[in-house]
Design a protein around this ligand. Structure first.
Ligand code: NAD
Length: 428
């Protein structure tokens, strides 16, 4: 080819937006509404502290594997950092940064005195024995020990971790400091100082908010139809609670596929099947369905309760649910948000919809600090009251300023964090 010949056109790949891009774009929109300058924007979009650690594991067969672990503290202006710990092979530092930022807004929105944090280890927990997961958890905990503590940063369960993981973290931390410290984690077993209602708190909160959203749109909960993506800690109980409330949950999915029954799923049978097989696929009380097709079912309510980024520019126009209640963190991209808004679909954002988990984590922390435990009814009553109070506040704020629920929730939260930051001032 001579210099005068045209060079062949190179395809320009469209970069795929990451959860961190989405989180930063949501923050930028809120900053626009609030009229803050670029200095405050940089401060709020950057984590205060992050730690990356190597997590070596001695396998049961004597060999060694190595994983990477992260802990990110996004903001500490309103109190100690608070956020879940995720075990998933897809965990990246950027994902953990995004999840930590959403935790900051969630804690501020629901008005609990915490900043936001998140942790993760790049491991698929399904591939390892309980003994191996215990060793991974204890090693990860001892690596991040310098930056966690009941007054510094308090982990909780997220994808791939549960109350047993929290018990191992509590024990490792306590052994290291020399005395028992229940307040180092929330989402612990009740026998170790966990709170009644914590295990199902996120799902209860999602259900309260979903029912409020149905009422808001004039749809009766009795006979309304729903689909739930993700059948783990959040999705499973949300599907059951929605069914208890009279909603017809016609489809659920997990990472392996989905199942559909137009008359509504029988969760007593389906849960027993999943407990035995580890997946929804193959359940004989429903038809098989493609996992992605679940998102496009003609239902009143869609609850994404699995991973980030599942509702995006490529599928949003085909999503016909009238209401989307985000059980997962970050399931909707900003481009999908715009499409849903143009189509008149109501999106209830994660920082409001799934805040029940961190709210009852806060109750657990308060109970632990006072060494005085509340009963299940007290926890449920306070959860409902606080969730519906936050819902009302966001709905009114959105209506008064002509904002989407996501924009209203983010603006409210960012304003609270910025105010705390400005009142404290910048050190030195
Ligand atoms: P989990 O590990 O208990 O369950 C995750 C579920 O999602 C599993 O059923 C898994 O098979 C399924 N899944 C994974 N990838 C999928 C895919 N591509 N399509 C369909 N299903 C898929 O996790 P969890 O604690 O239920 O968390 C789910 C979401 O809720 C995450 O976004 C998490 O950050 C968020 N969340 C959890 C809590 C909590 O208290 N556990 C609180 C707030 C938000």
């Amino acid at each position: 080819m001579t210099l005068l010949e045209a060079a062949p056109m190179r395809a320009i790949a469209t970069p795929i937006a990451t959860p961190l891009d989405d989180a930063r774009s949501q923050l930028a929109s809120a900053i626009d509404v609030l009229g803050y300058g670029s200095g405050l924007q940089s401060l709020l979009s950057t984590p205060r502290r992050e730690m990356t650690v190597a997590v070596p594991l001695r396998r049961d067969d004597g060999s060694t594997s190595l994983f990477t672990g992260y802990r990110v503290q996004h903001n500490l202006s309103r109190g100690p950092a608070k956020g879940g710990l995720r075990y998933s092979p897809g965990v990246t530092l950027d994902e953990v940064r995004a999840l930590a930022m959403w935790m900051t807004w969630k804690c501020a929105l629901i008005d609990v005195p915490f900043g936001g944090a998140k942790g993760g280890v790049t491991i698929d927990p399904r591939q390892f024995s309980q003994a191996e997961l215990e060793r991974v958890t204890r090693r990860y905990t001892s690596e991040i020990l310098p930056i966690i503590g009941p007054e510094k940063d308090i982990p909780a369960p997220d994808m791939g971790t549960d109350e047993r993981t929290m018990a191992w973290i509590m024990d490792t931390y306590s052994v290291n400091v020399g005395y028992t410290v229940p307040g180092i984690v929330t989402g612990k077993p009740i026998s170790l100082g966990g709170s009644h209602g914590r295990a199902s708190a996120t799902s209860r909160g999602v259900t309260h908010i979903a029912l409020a959203a149905l009422r808001h749109r004039g749809i009766s909960q009795h006979g309304a139809t729903a689909a739930v993506q993700g059948f783990g800690k959040v999705g499973h109980d949300a599907a059951v609670f929605l069914t208890d409330a009279g909603v017809r949950v016609v489809a659920v999915s997990d990472q392996y596929g989905a199942v559909y029954n137009r008359n509504g799923l029988d969760f007593t049978r389906l849960s027993a099947y999943v407990a035995a097989t580890g997946r929804v696929v193959g359940y004989d009380g429903a038809e098989p369905l493609d996992g992605d097709a679940l998102l496009e079912l003609p239902v009143d309510l869609l609850v994404p309760a699995a991973v980030e980024g599942v509702l995006h520019e490529g599928n949003a126009a085909r999503v016909s649910a009238r209401i989307i209640v985000e059980g997962a963190n970050g399931p909707t991209s900003p481009a999908a948000d715009r499409i849903f808004s143009e189509n008149g679909q109501l999106v209830v954002p994660d920082i409001l919809a799934n805040a029940g988990g961190v709210l009852v984590s806060y109750f657990e922390w308060v109970q632990g600090n006072q060494a005085y435990w509340w009963n299940a009814d007290e926890v449920e009553h306070k959860l409902e009251e606080r969730m519906l109070g936050a819902w009302q506040q966001v709905v009114e704020y959105a209506a008064a300023r002509d904002l989407s629920l996501r924009a209203a929730a983010t603006v409210l939260a960012v304003e609270r964090v910025a105010e705390a930051h400005l009142l404290r001032g910048l050190y030195p």
